[in-house]
Write a protein that binds this ligand. Structure first.
Ligand SMILES: Nc1ncnc2c1ncn2[C@@H]1O[C@H](COP(=O)(O)OP(=O)(O)OP(=O)(O)O)[C@@H](O)[C@H]1O
Ligand SMILES: [Mg+2]
Length: 406
């Protein structure tokens, strides 16, 4: 009975959430009785959020996720859904609390308000799903997770633009940094956890859910280089070559989404610096060099360019969100951010100009937040008028000393 009711609601969900993501329309919300109960303005009636925000979420180690992988009778799907059913609302409650702790003038920004409402809506949808006891329930819940993922894919521009618009009202830089670090790593974690669950249903060679059991850093870097070279050619008509050395034959279990963001972002910065610094010299562009190093605990990638480096005054700013030496004009589309998957080659082939080499000031701080989330770090060494080395460190899933938890 409860599930039938929920199923009817579920069929309407993508439309409901999409309304919210696209445009904040007060009329629409009021028209829909159900939604009118769960907006930001009904702040005081949301005790479930307050209660769950007091709980700690359970961050799983991917190694545990890998070993509890698959059972022939699909019990693993049930266990995975039950975990998400309990944990996702707690994580969402924490993020909603973060919105509530923002200064009033920032929280009132229409784009941030829209995002806040989106989170509340998802929270209520996931939290009100009845307990999952059978594989039938699990199927319904999985459909809900897929819809949640689809509906949330366009939320990054809201976050980026919302904070850009409210920047002039912000007095405490650390507040913004902490909020954005948490919000971005939350997006990453939710995406990985949901995708892992969805992938558990499929049989893909060398994969357990989202975890690739023989991840090759070299192959991953080569794919990123191909993408960034195409983007660089489309932007400047020229692109540097790349060498890859070090532990090129290494492979180990890993989850690709964070590196699929970090590596292209760091390559884009190195390519841009190289092209812009040497453009006028008419000579051949110096190569960008990537070195791979793997030990028992971490994967370390060094990306070295000869793109003129940075003065130390600039180096202090690059970790700030929205800092860019290539400020985009205001008329630039707000839907043009690089996100986990939207840098696919076919989009470039269609000459989609949405993707840019630089300009938002999100590449470095987001990559650093992701590295730290994976028990690693992102550091820069730069030599003015020479070039820059970026060190990307992430903990290995198999490490006993640096346990990574999602
Ligand atoms: N390898 C590098 N060489 C020289 N300058 C760099 C390098 N990497 C980063 N920077 C400087 O740091 C700034 C911030 O980098 P970040 O990647 O965060 O933003 P962006 O590249 O301007 O925009 P986007 O968000 O699109 O990546 C850049 O604008 C650039 O000035
Ligand atoms: Mg960048």
């Amino acid at each position: 009975m409860l599930f039938n009711k929920f199923y009817r609601y579920l069929s309407k969900l993508p439309t409901l959430i999409h309304h919210q993501t696209r445009k904040l329309s007060t009329e629409k919300i009021i028209q829909d009785q159900r939604l009118s109960n769960i907006t930001v303005t009904s702040f005081y009636c949301q005790t479930a959020i307050e209660q769950l925000a007091l709980k700690q979420s359970t961050r799983l180690s991917p190694l545990t996720m890998m070993y509890t992988g698959k059972n022939d009778d699909d019990r693993h799907l049930l266990r995975s859904a039950q975990y998400l059913h309990k944990d996702l609302p707690i994580r969402l409650a924490h993020r909603i609390t973060d919105f509530r702790n923002l200064p009033f003038v920032v929280a009132c920004n229409p784009l941030l308000l829209e995002l806040h409402e989106h989170f509340i809506k998802i929270f209520h949808t996931l939290h009100s799903f009845p307990p999952i006891k059978t594989l039938e329930h699990e199927k319904l819940y999985t459909q809900l997770l897929q819809d949640t993922l689809d509906c949330s894919s366009n939320t990054l521009p809201l976050l980026v633009e919302g904070f850009r618009e409210s920047q002039r009202y912000i007095k405490q830089e650390t507040l913004v940094r902490n909020f954005l670090d948490n919000a971005l790593t939350f997006r990453l974690a939710i995406k990985m956890l949901i995708e892992h669950h969805l992938e558990l249903r499929k049989t893909k060679p060398n994969h357990i859910g989202l975890i690739c059991t023989n991840f090759s850093p070299k192959k991953h870097i080569e794919a990123s280089v191909e993408y960034v070279q195409a983007l660089c050619h489309a932007t400047y008509g020229i692109a540097p070559d790349v060498t890859i050395d070090g532990h090129v034959n290494s492979s180990f279990p890993y989850i690709t989404p964070p590196l699929s963001y970090i590596v292209p972002e760091m390559l884009k910065n190195a390519f841009r610096a190289t092209v812009e610094y040497h453009r006028k010299s008419n000579g051949k562009l110096p190569k960008v060099a990537v070195t791979i190093s793997v030990d028992n605990d971490e994967l370390l990638l060094r990306i070295k360019d000869r793109g003129g480096g940075m003065p130390s005054s600039l180096l202090n700013k690059i970790y700030d969100y929205h800092f860019s030496s290539n400020n985009l004009s205001d008329e630039s589309s707000m839907f043009s951010y690089t996100d986990f998957d939207n840098h696919l080659y076919d989009q470039l082939a269609k000459r989609n100009t949405q993707h840019r080499m630089s300009g938002y000031g999100f590449g470095v701080p987001t990559s650093r937040a992701y590295c730290e989330y994976l028990n690693g770090s992102l550091t820069y060494e730069t030599m003015a008028s020479i070039g820059t080395d970026v060190y990307i460190r992430v903990g290995l899933l198999t490490s006993e000393n640096r346990i990574v938890r999602l």
